[in-house]
Structures are given as structure tokens and as C-alpha cells.
Design a protein around this ligand. Structure first.
Ligand SMILES: C[S@@+](CC[C@H](N)C(=O)[O-])C[C@H]1O[C@@H](n2cnc3c(N)ncnc32)[C@H](O)[C@@H]1O
Length: 323
């Protein structure tokens, strides 16, 4: 029963890597596997939400600089960055640094969406080995990524550090999803609770989530330009697919050893069928959730503020022919 879940798991193990000797047969297999992962991603709500929110984040940011460095954190298949961020980046002679933890997705993105203005890199925003320590960014985008890390506050703190003063952050976060229900259920389940120990307080995953997120942004020093929560819904083609999504994205499930995955997956399906009163795992699954949309700025350095206001004064003076 559980083997279908592993077919779409995007995490690569050391032994996967060891086995990936570069022969044509293996390359074919890898491509086939990548296509399945991407196909799976494109049939869930992430794809739909990216199409809605990526253009809105782009619209809500200022694009008045040239030669900017833009980070797309959690770039996945690369399609969103290529379609929605690259046009502005190209127009402003800037550069897109597209990063994801999944080696398979990064190599897929590099193969499918190569461009001189984009660098694709494997990297983890929460890790000490963050690949872009050598620089800061003018803009950071993270669409539905922070819900895949255990500590969203830590993630936001890293974004603050990675931005230059005056830099802009665009984030979306899906909350109140069935995945939160499963995380909570497992955190109280004797069999599995050890793997869910770092789960944030329940209140953080409730209606007050926007408030908690806002407070965190304030405390880090961000100026919040926009924060809103949109009620959303999505019908997964089957309960199976919804569970595949959970298994593939929950940061807690990643910690469960391979030999315990089968019983865990069985328990997942059982909790879902019971809670949502679904008899067949092939039945469609209707999910509701909230999408938090945020645009925030790391305040500019004092000199930059002065330069800007000085610049405005200067141009006013020159228009009025003042000395
Ligand atoms: C929900 S998907 C978003 C897909 C992507 N925006 C696209 O255009 O296809 C979240 C992505 O974030 C990545 N991710 C999860 N945790 C991450 C982390 N700590 N650092 C960087 N990327 C991460 C996942 O591998 C996944 O591809």
C-alpha cells in the first residue's frame, strides 16, 4: 500500500546518489523520476498558488534598482522564477539566484529553464552551509517554503540577515492545512510523538497565526508593507495525493527513519480517512487552508535614507533651477 508514496518522494538518500552512476540508462531513469516529481508538484495547490501569488508579490515590490541580486528560496522546478521573476530581472540587468534543498529539482530546473541571468544552486536556507554567505540580496522570494521548515521564525531571521538594508522580502505561507492537523495528531501519538517534538505551540497554527507572523517580522526589525490572509480551498484528485503531499513536505516526517515509513504512512491514511470521513483513498479530498501573503522591507541604512531624500531634493532643486 505504501509504496506509491515513495514513488514521489523527492528526498534523495546517500545510497540513491551512490547508485546514480552516470550512464545513459541511469540518466533516463533520473529524468523520468524528476518528471514524476514535477508532475506531482504541478497537480497540487502549490502550482495554482504560485500562479496567483508570484505576480502579486512582484507587483507589490519596488523594481527601481539595476544589477540587483534576487534570491528565489525553494525554487522547486524553476518554472515560477523563470515565468514570473525573470522578466523583471532581465529588464533590470539583475541576477536570479534560484535555490532549493532538492538536488533533483535543482538539476531539473537547470535543464528545463537555463538562462544567463539565473544561477541554480542546491542549498538549505536553515543550514550553516547556506551557499550565498558571500553576499546579501536586494530581494528574496519564498513561496510556500517556510511551512516546509520547522522554525519559520528562524527562517525569517535568516532572510533578514541575507537581505541588504533596504532589501525586500516576499513570502507566502499556507496555514490551517490538513498537514497541520496531521502534525498535531502525530505530536500526541505515543508511537510517533518523538519525531514531532519541535512542533510550535498550537496557537501559532490557529487564527492568530498572522498576528504571530507579524510580531516576528516586527521583532526582527522588518517594516511590514503588506500582510493579509486569504481563505483558500483546493481539491486533491485523491486522498492518496494529499498524503503524498504531506509526506513529501512535512519537515517532521523527514526525520522518520526509512524502516518506519511504511507503518507511518499507514497511520497517516488511517487518521485522514477517519478525521475526514473518507472511505476510499482514491476518493477526491477537499482541503481548506489560509494563505498568508507578506511583503516586508529591511529598513535602509541611515546614509541610504539621507541619500534618497537628498536625491529627491536635488532633483527638485534642479527642476526649479535652484542652486
Ligand atoms: C512548496 S514548494 C515550492 C515550489 C517552487 N516555488 C516552484 O516554483 O516550483 C517548496 C519548495 O521549497 C523547498 N524547500 C523546503 N525546505 C527548504 C529549505 N530549508 N531551504 C530551501 N528550500 C527548501 C522544497 O524542496 C520545495 O521545492
Amino acid at each position: 500500500m505504501a509504496s506509491f508514496l515513495r514513488r514521489f518522494s523527492s528526498s534523495s538518500t546517500k545510497s540513491d546518489k551512490d547508485n546514480n552512476a552516470v550512464t545513459l540508462v541511469h540518466l533516463e531513469e533520473i529524468r523520468d523520476h524528476q518528471d514524476r516529481i514535477v508532475e506531482e508538484m504541478n497537480t497540487n495547490f502549490i502550482h495554482r498558488d504560485e500562479e496567483i501569488y508570484a505576480p502579486l508579490l512582484v507587483r507589490d515590490m519596488k523594481w527601481d534598482g539595476f544589477k540587483e541580486r534576487v534570491l528565489h528560496c525553494g525554487c522547486g522546478s524553476g518554472r515560477t522564477g523563470f515565468t514570473h521573476f525573470l522578466p523583471q530581472i532581465y529588464l533590470h540587468d539583475s541576477h536570479l539566484f534560484a535555490m532549493d534543498t532538492s538536488e533533483q529539482l535543482v538539476s531539473y530546473a537547470a535543464m528545463k529553464y537555463p538562462h544567463a541571468s539565473v544561477t541554480y544552486t542546491v542549498g538549505d536556507v536553515t543550514s550553516d552551509n547556506f551557499p550565498f554567505k558571500w553576499t546579501t540580496f536586494d530581494k528574496i522570494f519564498a513561496i510556500h517554503v517556510l511551512q516546509c521548515v520547522k522554525d519559520y521564525r528562524g527562517g525569517l531571521a535568516r532572510f533578514f540577515d541575507f537581505l541588504r538594508p533596504g532589501g525586500q522580502l516576499g513570502v507566502t505561507y499556507a496555514t490551517q492545512l490538513f498537514t497541520d492537523f496531521l502534525d498535531r495528531e502525530f505530536s500526541h501519538d505515543e508511537k510517533w510523538k518523538n519525531y514531532f517534538e519541535d512542533l510550535p505551540e498550537e496557537s501559532e497554527r490557529s487564527e492568530s497565526f498572522q498576528h504571530a507572523f507579524h510580531t516576528c517580522l516586527d521583532s526582527l526589525g522588518f517594516e511590514v508593507k503588506k500582510i493579509k490572509t486569504e481563505p483558500m480551498e483546493y481539491t486533491f484528485p485523491s486522498l492518496e495525493k494529499a498524503v503524498v503531499y504531506y509526506i513529501g513536505t512535512s519537515p517532521y516526517v523527514k526525520g522518520i527513519p526509512a524502516e518506519l515509513r511504511d507503518p507511518f504512512e499507514e497511520d497517516c491514511l488511517e487518521k485522514m480517512t477517519t478525521e475526514f470521513n473518507i472511505s476510499q483513498i482514491s476518493d477526491p479530498f477537499h482541503a481548506t487552508y489560509d494563505c498568508l501573503v507578506v511583503v516586508a522591507i529591511k529598513p535602509p541604512a541611515e546614509e541610504e535614507k539621507h541619500e534618497k531624500s537628498g536625491g529627491k531634493l536635488k532633483s527638485l532643486r534642479s527642476r526649479l533651477s535652484l542652486p
